[in-house]
Design a protein around this ligand. Structure first.
Ligand code: RIB
Length: 306
C-alpha cells in the first residue's frame, strides 16, 4: 500500500556551535549547512527511504528554496503530486542551532505551510484510497490538520499525529480522530499539564492520552526510549544506544519508521522498534532529510541490534 503525509515542508538553515548562545550574546559557530526539512517532509523522506510508497500533500513558495525542496523530495522517491507551489508567500524556513552534545533549538517561519487550507484537504482526499496511514504534524494550522484527520477517519485510513509544535489550544475533539499520537516529553508535558521526563511519568501520560480518546499513545522520552499505551497494556521500548551527533528530526524519523512498519503489516510493538531504530540512526548524522537511513543501513542495524 502506501503512506501519505499532510504537512510542512521547510528549508533548514543549520548552524553548529559548541553551546547555544545566551540572550544578547554573539558567538562563533563551526559549521553551516542547508538541507531539506519540515516535520512533514522529513517523515515522508523517512518512509520513502525505507522503501515504502510515500506521498506528501503540502505547499512551498514560488522561490528557489521551494524548487530545491521539490527536487530533493522527488530524489528521495517521495511522490509530490499533492504539493502546490503557492504564488503568494515564501517557502517555510527553519533556523536551527545544534550544540556539541547534539541538542538543538529551532525557530520556524512557517511561510507557505500556514497557507495550507481545506482545498489541500480535498487534494488529500483523492490520494487517500491507496493509503494505510495519514501522518500529521502541527506545523500547519491545527484546524486544517483536524479536517484532514476527519477525512482519513471517514475513509478508514489510520491517523498518526505528531503534536509538534504544540498549539496554544489543542482542541479536545481532536483526540477521537487519532489512532496513534506520538508526543515527545515537552509536548506530553504541555498536553497534560504535569512534567513528563522518565518512564514512570511517560506511562502515566500515555494512559491519560488513551483516556482522552486516542487508540494508542506513544510517548517519546528521548534517549531513554518510548512508552506505549493501548486500552489493554502499556510497554516500554528502550532507545537504541548510538553516538548522537545531531538529534534534529530524530522524532520525524521515528514516525516515518513507525508508519512504514505498519504499512508492511508488522505489529504495533515491532513498528515501535522500527521507529526507535530509524530515530537512532537519524541522530548519527547531521541535518534532517540527509540523515534519514536507507533500507540497507536500517536492516543491517536491526540485524545487529535485535
Ligand atoms: O523536526 C525537525 C524539523 O523541525 C526541522 O527539519 C525543521 O524544519 C522543523 O520543522
Amino acid at each position: 500500500m502506501s503512506i501519505i503525509i499532510f504537512g510542512s515542508i521547510n528549508i533548514d538553515l543549520v548552524t553548529t556551535t559548541l553551546r547555544l548562545p545566551m540572550a544578547g550574546e554573539t558567538i562563533n559557530g563551526n559549521n553551516f549547512l542547508t538541507a531539506g526539512g519540515g516535520k512533514g517532509a522529513n517523515q515522508a523522506v523517512a518512509g520513502a527511504r525505507l522503501g515504502i510508497p510515500t506521498k506528501i500533500v503540502g505547499r512551498v513558495g514560488n522561490d528557489s528554496f521551494g524548487q530545491q525542496l521539490l527536487v530533493s523530495l522527488q530524489t528521495a522517491n517521495v511522490d509530490t503530486v499533492g504539493v502546490v507551489v503557492d504564488e503568494n508567500i515564501h517557502t517555510g524556513v527553519a533556523v536551527i542551532t545544534v550544540d556539541a552534545l547534539g541538542e538543538n533549538s529551532i525557530i520556524v517561519i512557517p511561510g507557505a505551510n500556514h497557507s495550507i487550507n481545506n482545498t489541500d484537504v480535498e487534494r488529500l482526499r483523492n490520494l487517500l484510497p491507496d493509503a494505510t496511514a495519514l501522518l500529521l504534524q502541527l506545523e500547519i494550522p491545527v484546524e486544517v490538520a483536524m479536517s484532514a484527520a476527519k477525512v482519513a477517519q471517514e475513509m478508514g485510513v489510520k491517523v498518526i499525529l505528531d503534536p509538534a509544535p504544540m498549539p496554544t489550544n489543542f482542541p479536545n475533539d481532536f483526540y477521537d480522530l487519532i489512532d496513534i499520537i506520538t508526543p515527545n516529553e515537552i509536548e506530553a508535558t504541555q498536553l497534560l499539564g504535569f512534567a513528563v521526563n522518565n518512564q514512570e511519568t511517560a506511562t502515566q501520560a500515555a494512559i491519560e492520552l488513551c483516556q482522552r480518546g486516542v487508540k494508542y499513545a506513544v510517548v517519546k522520552i528521548g534517549d531513554q526510549g518510548v512508552v506505549c499505551a493501548t486500552s489493554e497494556e502499556t510497554f516500554f521500548q528502550p532507545a537504541f544506544a548510538v553516538e548522537a551527533i545531531d538529534t534534529v528530526a530524530a522524532g520525524d524519523a521515528f514516525n516515518g519508521g513507525l508508519a512504514a512498519a505498519l504499512d508492511t503489516g508488522l505489529s504495533l510493538k515491532d513498528a515501535i522498534k522500527w521507529g526507535a531504530a530509524a530515530g537512532a540512526l537519524c541522530a548519527t548524522k547531521s541535518g534532517a532529510q540527509p540523515a534519514m537511513p536507507d533500507r540497507k543501513t536500517f536492516d543491517n542495524f536491526l540485524l545487529r541490534r535485535y
